[in-house]
Structure formats: structure tokens, C-alpha cells
Design a protein around this ligand. Sequence first.
Ligand SMILES: [Zn+2]
Length: 128
Amino acid sequence: MLRNKVQPKRRWLDLAPGDPVIVVAGKDKGKHGEVLRTLPDKHKIVVKGVNILKRHTKAGQSRGGVNVAQGGVVDFEAPLDYSNVMLLCPSCSKPTRTKHTVLESGARALVCRHCGEPYERVRKTEAQ
Ligand SMILES: [Zn+2]
């Protein structure tokens, strides 16, 4: 993917852990799963069951956030680019782009482009 300018660092991605997403590009195209982690600085996201790689490790290594006490082959979900996934709208069950809105309560929410339903998540409180 070419980018002709460096994108500004974003404070948060539209997706958060627990969101249902569908993969729209890459080798796991068509798969869907749940967001496990987001890596906003790298513009990447980890989706459950998607982009599984095997990592051959020696004992005691720690890479990619996976601590390995024993050596061996470990299956893990590799981060994929955030732009390769789309939110799966719970209201109309379509992969959707989202737009932002501010609810009456003042909370930020995403709105499905297809059906206009606000997508409210139970945002887990975690420092990211
Ligand atoms: Zn929708």
C-alpha cells in the first residue's frame, strides 16, 4: 500500500477489542472474527482466528507480546493492517464503513453507513 504522506498518529482506532469484524483483504479475506487487540501506533489490529502464523521459538524468548516459557511451535494471531478489516454491523449484518457521531449523552459512537444504526460498544476500560 502506498501512502504519499505520513498519516498523523491517531489516538484511537474505530475498532476496539470485542468488536465483530470481517476481513476484506489479504490471505484471510472473508473470514470474520472478534477484535482481540488494537495497535493504534502501527495501524494494525489483531483479530481472533485470523492471520494465524506459527512461530518457532526458543525457550525464554518474548516476541510480539507473546511470552514463551517453553520452546516450540506456537500458533498466534499476527496483527493485520487495520484497513484490511471492516466492522460487521450487528444491525444489518453487513461489513460497513463507519462514520462518527456524538450521542445525546455526549459519548462518541460509530454509525453504520448502510442502515444508519449507531453502533454502541461496551468499551472496555483499558489504557491503549
Ligand atoms: Zn448496518
